[in-house]
Design a protein around this ligand. Structure first.
Ligand code: CO
Length: 296
């Protein structure tokens, strides 16, 4: 257990206590980092990999938040604040609105390398922080914090939380080389970083704000549907309008199940699947039909 300080500040900020990490804890970071670094080459988006490099987040051990904050602050004006775990919604949004990213400090145990139910320092720092080096994504996260405070006042947090889930946590982005990952929940997961791009099961649907806000999600398994943005400018532009009338409009419409396709969905194949489909088309109709089923 890590010391969390006895008196909780109103913003839940604590000291990271970087000096107190044990060698065993740094070793878990190394293990996770090395595994993800291999998997994410050719799977994570360029903006993420650039951010990771720019911050100097590496295999050597759990990073010192003070060092990362100095680089972030110079680049996009963000800082990292250490928090003891999940914080109340209003506290979380308040931090984001002030360009402060709340990060947990503890690292998962060796028995939880593949899955844990709550965020740890590997998820928060390796998964979330690199994209905060990107100016457009950095602005999106701040706008989300401001939008969160507003949605809370309007009683529509559930719909806004879906937007966060399907973008910040589980978003995919289309690039000329094929689909790439930008969602932190995927970037910090070995299994899902392969599954989201290569498994035939999940739907990969073009991003649409209303569609996303209507879609329920599962927190206990890999996603059934991923939403694909064209670039971060598209995401920022789509979320710029006042959500108040959109919340009212959506309140009258039914939710969409996590695995359900909707009439207007633009389904996209992953980079790898699309290559397969092209190859198949050249092989003639009968084989083509069979193989298209394989890749859906
Ligand atoms: Co997260």
């Amino acid at each position: 257990m890590r010391a969390t300080g006895s008196e909780a500040a109103p913003d839940f900020a604590i000291e990271q206590g970087w000096e107190d990490y044990s060698e065993a804890e740094h070793a878990i970071w190394r293990l996770l980092f090395e595994r993800q670094a291999k998997l994410l080459a050719g799977r994570a988006c360029r903006e993420y990999l650039d951010g990771l490099g720019g911050l100097g987040v590496a295999a050597d051990g759990i990073p010192d938040f003070r060092r990362l904050s100095d680089i972030l602050e110079r680049t996009t004006g963000w800082r990292i604040v250490a928090v003891p775990g999940l914080v109340p919604d209003a506290v979380f949004f308040g931090h984001l609105a002030q360009r402060r990213f709340p990060s947990t400090c503890f690292i998962r145990g060796r028995d939880q390398l593949d899955y844990l139910a709550e965020p740890d320092v590997f998820h928060d720092i390796f998964g979330h922080v690199p994209l905060l080096m990107n100016p457009v994504f950095a602005d999106y996260m701040q706008a989300y914090g401001q939008g969160g405070l507003k949605a809370q006042g309007l009683g529509h947090l559930e719909r806004l939380a879906r937007l966060y889930w399907y973008t910040v946590e589980f978003g995919l982005i289309a690039t000329p080389e094929g689909l790439r990952i930008y969602g932190s929940g995927i970037l910090s997961s070995a299994g899902e970083s392969v599954y989201c791009l290569e498994d035939p099961h999940p739907h990969r649907v073009g991003f649409d704000l209303r569609r996303v806000m209507r879609t329920r999600y599962r927190i206990d398994r890999f996603q059934d549907t991923y939403f694909v943005i064209d670039d971060f400018d598209q995401l920022f532009a789509a979320t710029r309008p006042d959500f108040a009338p959109i919340y009212r409009e959506l309140a009258a419409l039914p939710d969409i199940e996590p695995d359900q396709l909707a009439a207007d969905d633009r389904e996209l194949g992953s980079g790898r699947c699309r290559r397969k489909k092209w190859a198949v088309a050249e092989l003639g109709p009968s084989l083509g039909r069979k193989r298209l089923e394989d890749v859906r």
